[in-house]
Design a protein around this ligand. Sequence first.
Ligand SMILES: *Cc1c(COP(=O)(O)O)cnc(C)c1O
Length: 392
Amino acid sequence: MKFIEARRIRNLPPYLFARIEQAIAAKKAEGVDVISLGIGDPDLPTPDRIIEEGARELHNPANHQYPSTAGLAAYRQAVADWYGRRFGVSLDPEKEVVSLIGSKEGIAHLPWCYVDPGDVVLVPDPGYPVYGAGTILAGGETYYLPLTAENGFLPDLAEIPDTVAHKAKVIFINYPNNPTGATASKEFFAQVVDFARRHEILVCHDAAYSEIAFDGYRPPSFLETPGAKEVGIEFHSVSKTYNMTGWRAGWAVGNADAVQALGRLKSNLDSGVFQAVQYAAIAALNGPRDEVQALCELYRERRDLVVDTLNGLGWRLEKPRATFYIWAPVPSGHTAVSFAERVLEKAGVVVTPGTGYGARGEGYFRISLTLPAPRLVEAMQRIRDCLDRVTL
Ligand SMILES: *Cc1c(COP(=O)(O)O)cnc(C)c1O
């Protein structure tokens, strides 16, 4: 039997990391000790105090039943409290907070709430692939917003034609940014609020990396912007901040209508986050700040090691103020894919070709800092040995 897939599935681009994993497997099969700087998944374990809280709750039979889709009251309260402490943003835990099975889940589902076939979603390019995939699955059309080095990897809202803005229902933004490492000012967020108001567009800000920042920089929440709650929501999770990507606990917060629409959709799809995981996430959010600071300090050391090495080879990179990514141009004569292939073939090192994040990622590659320093040093040495002189 040959089942014909629905158009919405056929229209999805192949998930980039699935392809990379195949290439890695092939190289490993040849006996090569492959070093992957590809996927951005923290290498350190979840802090013990969080694991212990999860383990305690794992033994409580009350947690073995269906959770509520919206999330435990205590979970939503912990998220609201954290927003108050961290950003000075006040949230009503009943109406303005909904739990997610990781923020990816909410990002992928959000377009189902607001996008009818033919509606447009504004999607950054390069960007986290889930914004486009969620749009396509909902039957919407993506309009890509180029993020260029000249614009500090911020979209130029004035460049969006009125005809497009008119059809747009949702805009995704993401700062600190994956894959570019760029950060956004409060002034930029204010422009986004203004744009969204004028065109009646829901702003979806992905704040996954707000806590992974260096050199004293503290990224703002979009919701700190005056008027933001009228036009937008923010996605976030414990994944990157507390090395909890496997646990699957996130949230959407902000505009009450949008938060509740997403909750209503989800009540028809899933049954929420395992409550033991919610309790662990509460413990994470209520934990000491120096734990997160120590993690950032570790990423800062790795960032300096990688950027200093690449700059010693001829690159001229600035050190990103946030995220655990280095976004760098490929040497001249290469495309994003040819460079990634060369580095895998000659050095056994995996870097992500920029085109995995959209057409505007051409000419770039991304390195993830989620490996111990000695492995990063080894990867850098191998890259150095396999490159002739670098011209950019
Ligand atoms: C890692 C990541 C996420 C989400 O991760 P979850 O584990 O699903 O919370 C969201 N956005 C970006 C840009 C990311 O890199």
